[in-house]
Design a protein around this ligand. Structure first.
Ligand code: SAM
Length: 277
């Protein structure tokens, strides 16, 4: 097994392949073996598991997943890193690694075939796509488990519960389908180059009955949250075409809900009435 990369080794690898870290693509490479192992442990990775990885980069998580005999579907946008992975990593694992060159927003599950019935996601996510990618995952086949590393600000939004200042559409969509927990604060020094902020390791486990918002409900909720400090009654008064939301509010009102409530204070269960029969 290859030894785990240090900052020095990452720097050397990038230089040897004529690359340098691209900030726009969130290229902060993990250089802490304990955090990498913790990610796999959180997802309870076992030999034979089917795993999706987003942005394998230089393979910090990829190697561990392949050494654990997982079938791995990974999507990488950067042409140089993709070439490196295809030449330096893929040949050692011909039957395990399926590598896709592309954008995780177009391929949120890295071309995972339909025959793979159950799968997990392990990823150190690029910051700029973390929310849109998670949203896309929640619109498709749902993984059983996810171990996600992402910058603290985004992680705070993912785990926020109703009534807190970070609560928003993505928190609601995630919490309706998953039990989510911020497990570990990851110092910026665990990455090369070190980002300006710390990261958080998140653990997500699918709920017994995962609830998924359809596209129209999601779009309406996102519109409503653009006015998160206004009262839901007055927001909807300015959305006359949103009949479904008017019927929802009317239903809640009959049960004693106050239409002066702000979106960020509406309970998860009340939002879920939008999609429950
Ligand atoms: N997994 C590696 C690690 O832990 O060291 C790299 C993680 S780095 C935070 C993010 C990775 O995602 C980079 O390899 C970057 O090129 C890739 N990436 C950025 N945007 C992407 C996108 N839209 N689709 C797929 N990969 C992307």
């Amino acid at each position: 097994m290859l030894s785990y990369p240090t900052s020095k080794r990452v720097k050397e690898l990038l230089a040897a392949h004529h690359m340098s870290p691209r900030k726009r693509l969130g290229q902060n490479f993990l250089v802490d073996a304990n955090i990498a192992r913790k990610s796999l442990a959180l997802a309870e990775v076992e030999p034979g598991d089917c795993i999706v990885e987003i942005g394998p980069g230089l393979g910090a998580l990829t190697h561990l997943l392949l050494e654990a005999s997982c079938r791995l579907y990974a999507v990488e946008l950067d042409a140089g890193l993709f070439r490196y992975l295809r030449r330096q990593v893929a040949p050692s694992y011909p039957h395990l690694l399926h590598l896709v060159k592309g954008d995780a927003l177009d391929q949120p599950l890295a071309e995972l075939p339909h025959r793979e019935k159950s799968f997990k996601i392990v990823a150190n996510l690029p910051y700029s796509i973390s929310t849109s990618w998670m949203d896309a995952v929640l619109s498709g086949r749902l993984p059983d488990r996810l171990a996600l590393m992402l910058q603290k600000e985004a992680a705070d939004r993912f785990v926020a519960s109703a009534g807190s200042k970070n609560f928003g559409p993505i928190s609601l969509f995630i919490r309706s389908a998953y039990n989510i927990e911020a497990v570990h604060r990851v110092s910026a020094s665990c990455f090369y180059p070190a980002p300006e902020v710390d990261s958080t390791l998140l653990s997500l486990r699918i709920r017994n009955v995962p609830l998924v918002f359809d596209g129209m409900a999601k779009e309406g909720i996102r519109r409503i949250f653009r006015h998160r400090r206004k009262q839901i009654g007055s927001i909807l008064a300015r959305m006359p075409e949103a009949e479904r939301f008017h019927a929802w509010l009317e239903g809640l009102r009959r049960k004693g809900f106050n239409p002066a409530t702000r979106p960020e204070q509406i309970k998860q269960g009340d939002w879920q009435q939008l999609i429950l029969p």
